[in-house]
Design a protein around this ligand. Structure first.
Ligand code: ATP
Ligand code: MG
Length: 408
């Protein structure tokens, strides 16, 4: 028997429905913010991720599905979505054209990690990216959008925000931090390496001992220049005015190298301790870094499986919809089949090809999550009627078949 690979999962039945429900809800909200659909390939040149996500990140350093294809190209299954969308944006020359572009996407991401609850090797993200807008109002908008989505799922989260500074104050802060880090003994091996490659990522270390040594580390929020600090204040003001609660977390740096100014994360206690369900921020230097014309960017990505894990612990959303149509005698199967053909032009219809008892049919309709039950038996056939039952409200009636379309 051949099974799915470790850390990779099928989306069938309720999982599939839940997945679709999540993506569709996200899309609905994103469209209200005037974001548009986009899709980019699931495989890209390895160099794209090395450059954008950064060689010092765990993603590039440890987690990529990287291989040489039959043509000898160094390629990689995408570990995250932003790099591909940025590449596409530049390739379409939208950077040169100027203006604002706003996209949403969803799909598989691949990371070679140790599989566990809410952590897979193929997982799915929903994400948004906005190019060409430097206003901090957009930073706030993408956060409001995400908060709106999580509210729709009824998921309790904590929003953490930070500012990482810009190309002026970030390097100065980094020097200060390196000086501090070099004065500390006993940082873990990863952190020793990060001091050289990307010191602010030390702040993010999960090791308790490192976190203890970092207690008095200089904070980026105390080292922002005038622009960054006033924008950060503005962001906090907009969030507060729109009723979005947040915590400032000066240690929040995010795993990826390309962020500047706003960084944020929504964490939830509902799957293990303080697990991130979504994160994002501003990446004003990334387009230029990947060879395009300097264009500001801001966006986020949400882990769909983590949302699924949380929703599964709650009462699942009601997926009842569509029609189940059946007959009590095989003599009427042709009739219901014909009716179904007509109804299917507008409705989701499941046809039962075989006569059964009313109870058996009702059970099946229920199992198939139908909302409307339609059935023809001898009495109905005599009067050119159909038995209608709404499986949500339990309302029942007989409808003349000639009026059926209108009644539905
Ligand atoms: P973590 O710290 O949990 O590893 P991350 O910082 O690597 O998260 P991001 O790169 O910011 O995560 O990805 C955005 C979101 O994608 C995360 O908040 C999470 O919900 C989800 N995610 C990341 N890695 C995985 C994975 N291996 N399996 C399932 N979901 C994931
Ligand atoms: Mg990770």
């Amino acid at each position: 028997m051949i099974n799915a690979l470790r850390g990779m999962k099928d989306l069938l039945d309720n999982d599939g429905k839940l997945y679709k429900f999540i993506v569709e809800t996200c899309e609905e909200v994103a469209k209200n913010y005037r974001y548009e659909f986009c899709e980019t390939p699931k495989m890209e040149e390895t160099g794209l991720f090395k450059r954008s996500v950064g060689e010092s990140s765990d993603i590039v350093g440890k987690e990529m599905y990287q291989f040489t294809d039959k043509g000898g190209n160094d390629v990689c299954l995408r570990p995250e979505g932003t790099a591909g969308v940025v590449r596409a944006f530049i390739e379409a020359k939208f950077d040169k054209a100027g203006g604002v572009k706003k996209y949403f996407y969803s799909g598989s991401m691949f990371r070679y990690e140790r599989p566990q609850r809410g952590r897979l090797r193929e997982f799915h993200q929903f994400g948004v990216e906005c190019f060409g807008e430097s206003s901090v109002y957009e930073d706030a908008s993408v956060i409001l959008m995400l908060s709106e989505i999580l509210n729709k799922f009824n998921i309790k989260t904590t929003l953490k925000i930070n500012s990482l500074g810009d190309s002026e104050c970030m390097p100065l802060y980094r020097q200060k931090l390196v000086k501090f880090l070099e004065s500390k003994d006993g940082l873990c091996e990863d952190c020793q390496r990060r001091i050289k490659t990307n010191p602010i990522r030390v702040l993010d270390c999960k090791n308790d001992h490192c976190q203890m040594l970092l207690k008095d580390a200089p904070l980026i929020t105390d080292n922002l220049n005038q622009i960054c600090s006033s924008e950060f204040e503005k962001l906090k003001e907009i969030l507060a005015q729109n009723g979005v609660k947040f915590e400032v977390d000066a240690r929040l740096v995010r795993g990826l190298d390309y962020y500047c100014k706003t960084a944020f994360e929504f964490v939830s206690d509902e799957i293990g301790s303080k697990s991130a369900v979504a994160g994002g921020g501003r990446y004003d230097r990334l387009v230029e870094f990947l060879g395009g014309k300097a264009t500001p960017g801001v966006g986020w990505a949400m882990g769909i499986e983590r949302i699924m894990e949380i929703l599964k612990q709650k009462e699942l959303p009601n997926f009842r919809d569509g029609i189940y149509i059946c007959a009590l005698d095989n003599a009427y199967v042709n009739d219901i089949y014909k009716i179904a053909f007509e109804l299917r032009k507008e409705h989701k219809v499941e046809v039962s090809y075989e006569a059964k008892s009313p109870n058996k049919h009702l059970n099946l309709a229920d199992k198939k999550n139908a909302k409307i039950f339609l059935c023809i038996g001898e009495d109905e056939a005599k009067n050119s009627q159909i038995w209608y039952k709404n499986l949500d409200t339990k309302e029942e009636k007989r409808i003349n078949i000639s009026n059926l379309k209108g009644e539905l």
